[in-house]
Design a protein around this ligand. Structure first.
Ligand SMILES: [Zn+2]
Length: 118
């Protein structure tokens, strides 16, 4: 009984908050439509760009360069469960100006995000 409860609680913790974990999708060409909470890694052999919908709700696509020798450049690592981590943080200079991290499939907002408006 206790073991079952522990297993159950473990599952809840792993999936909490519900529906907020990001997934990774590897595709050969640029996606035509973007699903929410999905990080697309685009390229055949070498992944050259990561694309996703901005998590703030503005619906704008965010493109991150992954190619060495071009700046700015991000790197993406994917866990065994397919949870993406992007580094460094994403700091949008246009539109919503969101600033956030994507770590192990979760969005972590930067504290100073709103100060950009003042
Ligand atoms: Zn946004």
């Amino acid at each position: 009984m206790l073991k079952k409860l522990k297993t159950f609680l473990g599952r809840v913790r792993d999936s909490w908050p519900p529906g907020r974990r990001w997934k990774t999708m590897r595709i050969a060409e640029e996606p035509e439509a973007l699903l929410p909470n999905v990080l697309y890694l685009v390229g055949e052999q070498e992944k050259w760009v990561a694309v996703f919908t901005c998590p703030c709700g503005c619906q704008k696509p965010v493109w991150l360069n992954l190619l060495r020798g071009h700046r700015p450049r991000w790197s993406v690592s994917v866990s065994a469960k397919g949870l993406p981590t992007v580094s460094p943080s994403v700091n949008r200079q246009v539109g919503c100006r969101s600033h956030f991290f994507l770590r192990s499939g979760r969005i972590v907002w930067c504290k100073h995000r709103r100060r950009l408006w003042f």
